[in-house]
Design a protein around this ligand. Structure first.
Ligand code: 5GP
Ligand code: MN
Length: 351
C-alpha cells in the first residue's frame, strides 16, 4: 500500500487552508471513527483552528477514555458559520452521518472526505460533492488502507504538525480497533510501522487495550451468555449465525453498544466462512453485521440489502422481523456461496 501523495497533498492543503471546520463520521461511531475525529481534531486545534466535532450518536462507553472525548457534541450549530469546511471521516455517504448529513454537506463551503470503505465516490468526477453548485470537494478514499486513522496520520505528517501523545493515543486506537487488534486480513507491515511510531510518540498500548477490552460492564457478559445460546451453523457449516432480541436486552439490562464485536464469536468457528449477527434492538428494526474469513465479499451482499462496508466486514440496517431478514439473508448467502465457493475451490485446485 503506497500513499497517493498527490491526493494526500490536496486534501491536506484544503484542511490547512480552513479556519473553521466541522469534523464528523458515520453514525454509531466505532474506534476508528472516533479515534480519527479526535486525532485530527486535536491536531487542528493545536494548529489554532476552530473545530467542532459532531457525531449523531454519543460516544460509547469504552471509548470515553480517549483524550478529547468530552469535546464531541451531538448538537450542531444552525445555521453553520459561513466558510465552514466539513471533514467527513470513516464514511463516504452523507446519509450515514445521520439525518443532518445531507444538510450539513449542502451548507458547507468546502467538503473533505477521508475514508477507506469500498467503492465510494463522494465528490464525483467534477469534484463538487453530492449536490450541484460551486462547492469545493476533496476526497482521499483508500479501500486498501486498514483504518481511516492511518490516513489522518499521513495528513498530519504531510502538514508537518506535531504528534502529541493525545493525538497518538487516538490514532493508535483507530488502527488497533479497525485491524481487530492486528488480527484482520487488513493488517500489514505498515499497520505495525504506524503503530510503532504512535507508541514512540506517546500512545500506551497496554493502557489502551485495558480500556477497550478489559473494562466491560457485567451486563455485557450476561447478554453474551444469552446470545451464544442462539448460535447455529448453516449452509454446510459455512455460515455461523447469532441473534439478539429486545427480550435479551431487557433480561440482561444491556444496551446496544454492549454487543460490540459479538459477531466475532460466530466467526471463530473452524468451518465458518461467514458470520452473521442479527440485532433486533427495537421490534421491527434489525441491524445486521456480517464478517467473512477468507474468500467471501460480504460488502457485496450488504450493499444488496441497502448497506455497505468492506470485503471482510459489512452490515446493513432494515425494517422487518428478524425471522424474515434471517430467511432472506440465508437464502441469498446460500446462492452466493454456491457460486463463490465453487470458484474459490477451483482456484485453489488450479493453484
Ligand atoms: P458493523 O458490523 O461493525 O456494524 O459494521 C461493519 C462494517 O460495515 C463497517 O465498516 C461499517 O461501516 C459497515 N456498515 C455497517 N452497517 C452499515 C450500513 O448500514 N451501511 C453501510 N454503508 N455500511 C455499513
Ligand atoms: Mn474504519
Amino acid at each position: 500500500m503506497k500513499k497517493n501523495t498527490e491526493r494526500l497533498r490536496r486534501v491536506a492543503n484544503a484542511i490547512e487552508a480552513s479556519r473553521n471546520l466541522i469534523l464528523t463520521c458515520h453514525e454509531k461511531p466505532d474506534g476508528d471513527a472516533i479515534g480519527s475525529m479526535l486525532g485530527l481534531g486535536l491536531a487542528l486545534k493545536d494548529a489554532g483552528r476552530d473545530v467542532i466535532l459532531y457525531s449523531k450518536d454519543p460516544i460509547k462507553e469504552p471509548l470515553k477514555f480517549l483524550p478529547g472525548s468530552g469535546w464531541i457534541t451531538t448538537q450542531l450549530p444552525d445555521p453553520l458559520p459561513g466558510g465552514t469546511t466539513l471533514v467527513i471521516l470513516d464514511c463516504s455517504e452523507p446519509g450515514r452521518i445521520g439525518p443532518a448529513g445531507p444538510n450539513l454537506a449542502r451548507q458547507a463551503d468546502t467538503i473533505v472526505v477521508i475514508d477507506h470503505h469500498l467503492d465510494q465516490d463522494f465528490c464525483g468526477k467534477n469534484g463538487q460533492g453530492p449536490d450541484e453548485g460551486s462547492k469545493k470537494c476533496f476526497q482521499y478514499v483508500e479501500p486498501h488502507i486498514f483504518a481511516t486513522g492511518a490516513l489522518c496520520l499521513w495528513i498530519i505528517e504531510t502538514l508537518g504538525w506535531p504528534l502529541t501523545s493525545q493525538i497518538c493515543t487516538n490514532l493508535y486506537t483507530a488502527i488497533l480497533t479497525d485491524t481487530g487488534c492486528f488480527r484482520h486480513s487488513n493488517t500489514t507491515s505498515l499497520a505495525f510501522e504506524m503503530a510503532a511510531k504512535l507508541v514512540r510518540h506517546g500512545a500506551e498500548p497496554y493502557k489502551i487495550a485495558n480500556h477497550l477490552y478489559q473494562s466491560y460492564p457485567l451486563r455485557r457478559m450476561k447478554l453474551l451468555a444469552l446470545v451464544l445460546k442462539t448460535l447455529e451453523v448453516k449452509i454446510g457449516g459455512l455460515v455461523g449465525l447469532i441473534q439478539v432480541t429486545p427480550e435479551m436486552f431487557r433480561i440482561s439490562d444491556a444496551l446496544e453498544q454492549d454487543t460490540d464485536d459479538f459477531v466475532a464469536y460466530a466467526r471463530c468457528i473452524d468451518q465458518v466462512e461467514i458470520a452473521v449477527f442479527l440485532k433486533e434492538v427495537h421490534p421491527g428494526h434489525v441491524s445486521v453485521s456480517m464478517r467473512s474469513k477468507n474468500f467471501f465479499n460480504v460488502a457485496e451482499i450488504a450493499k444488496e440489502f441497502g448497506g455497505g462496508g468492506h470485503f471482510h466486514a459489512a452490515g446493513f440496517r432494515t425494517s422487518g422481523t428478524a425471522y424474515e431478514i434471517r430467511e432472506a439473508l440465508l437464502d441469498r448467502l446460500s446462492k452466493a456461496l454456491k457460486e463463490t465457493s465453487n470458484g474459490y475451490r477451483r482456484n485453489i485446485g488450479d493453484g
